[in-house]
Ligand binder design. Structure first.
Ligand SMILES: NC(=O)c1ccc[n+]([C@@H]2O[C@H](COP(=O)([O-])OP(=O)(O)OC[C@H]3O[C@@H](n4cnc5c(N)ncnc54)[C@H](OP(=O)(O)O)[C@@H]3O)[C@@H](O)[C@H]2O)c1
Length: 306
């Protein structure tokens, strides 16, 4: 089991973290991921490989933070000597309220996954949206801004960040589909009000999906369907074609039902590993204001998920 620290360890000026060792050398923790649960997080190996390669003299740790501990844990970061933290389930939305500054883009995404300590202040960022854009460009060798897109699961945290990113890039057509159609309608209205970009909200019905698929290039799965091996695909059989690109944000385990559908019709597809990598690389760049060692992070991430 990986080492998991507690929110209480951040109190008392973070003395627990200052005294840490790595490979028999003093190596304080100055970065972390807050989550509940957090033991599963793939971020520590990815970031620790980058910190080691760039000789930053610090490490990145997992901290179990309960929802009622989040505000205190964030507030304790500057005094504990931290440069920042990542946030995972269930903290991405709530943390928006506890930081001192956040970009309008991240606010519209409704969540932050990265916090940087600047002086005594906490700055919040969402790197999931830009990380998704970088992942699509890497995997399909095409700029996201040129693609007509359908996002499945726009009512969730990842789906919302991806939909806002597509709107920020002014993708020529954006459909957002959600099981609870009302949430897709609310998101579309908010984006239209803030960015003046038209988005078409639809339900996850055969008719609506068939219609949308006839006029999009890229289909994105941002639902949790596929995280469990026996999960069905969010798309009905028979509507995907070889001309579609499929980006499945799910990265755990083998091929999901959606990825198998894509394979069967000869469509190009990618899993969510590249999004995980790029959101992490962008967080590194926020903390250190220098390009991230992408290939070192990729190798560590892939190794950790073997
Ligand atoms: N690759 C990466 O870096 C990365 C980063 C973040 C997340 N993700 C992935 O993104 C996915 C969503 O994560 P999240 O944190 O955004 O989750 P979330 O906030 O819980 O959102 C879930 C979304 O999926 C929909 N949904 C849930 N169960 C469904 C079902 N059985 N059928 C159809 N739709 C369903 C929900 O619809 P309702 O609104 O109707 O409930 C909602 O829109 C996960 O697979 C996660 O692994 C990947």
């Amino acid at each position: 089991m990986p080492t998991v620290f507690k929110a209480d360890d951040l109190a008392s000026n973070g003395m627990v973290f200052r005294g840490l060792m790595l490979d028999d050398k003093p190596c304080p923790a100055r970065l972390s991921v807050f989550g509940d649960p957090v033991a599963h997080s793939a971020s520590p190996p990815m970031h620790n490989a980058a910190l080691s390669a760039r000789e930053k003299g610090c490490q990145y740790v997992r901290i179990l933070v309960k929802p009622d501990e989040l505000e205190g844990a964030l507030r304790n970061l500057p005094e504990a000597g931290f440069l920042g933290t990542n946030l995972t389930i269930p903290h991405k939305q709530a943390a928006l309220e506890y930081v001192d500054a956040v970009s309008p883009e991240s606010r519209l995404m409704g969540a932050i996954n990265t916090v940087a300590v600047r002086g005594e202040k906490l700055h919040g960022f969402n790197t999931d949206g830009p990380g998704f854009a970088a992942a699509v460009e890497e995997k399909f060798a095409v700029e996201l801004k040129t693609l007509r897109v359908l996002i499945l699961g726009g009512g969730g945290g990842a789906g919302r960040a991806i939909t806002v990113q597509c709107a920020l890039l002014e993708c020529p057509t954006i459909f957002v589909a959600n099981r609870t159609t009302e949430k897709a309608e609310i998101l579309s209205s908010e984006i239209e009000a803030n960015l003046r970009i038209g988005i078409t909200p639809i339900g996850l019905t055969l008719e609506a999906l068939t219609n949308a698929l006839s006029s999009v290039d890229l289909i994105v799965n941002a639902t949790p369907l596929g995280m469990k091996p026996l999960d069905p695909s969010p798309l009905p059989d028979g509507i995907l074609t070889s001309a579609h690109l499929v980006y499945d944000t799910v990265y755990s385990g083998g091929k999901t039902a959606l990825q198998r559908q894509a394979l069967n019709v000869g469509a190009r597809y990618a899993n969510g590993l590249s999004m995980l990598l790029h959101q992490g690389a962008l967080a590194y760049e926020i903390w250190f204001e220098e390009p991230a060692p992408l290939e070192i992070m990729r190798a560590a991430l892939e190794n950790s998920l073997l």
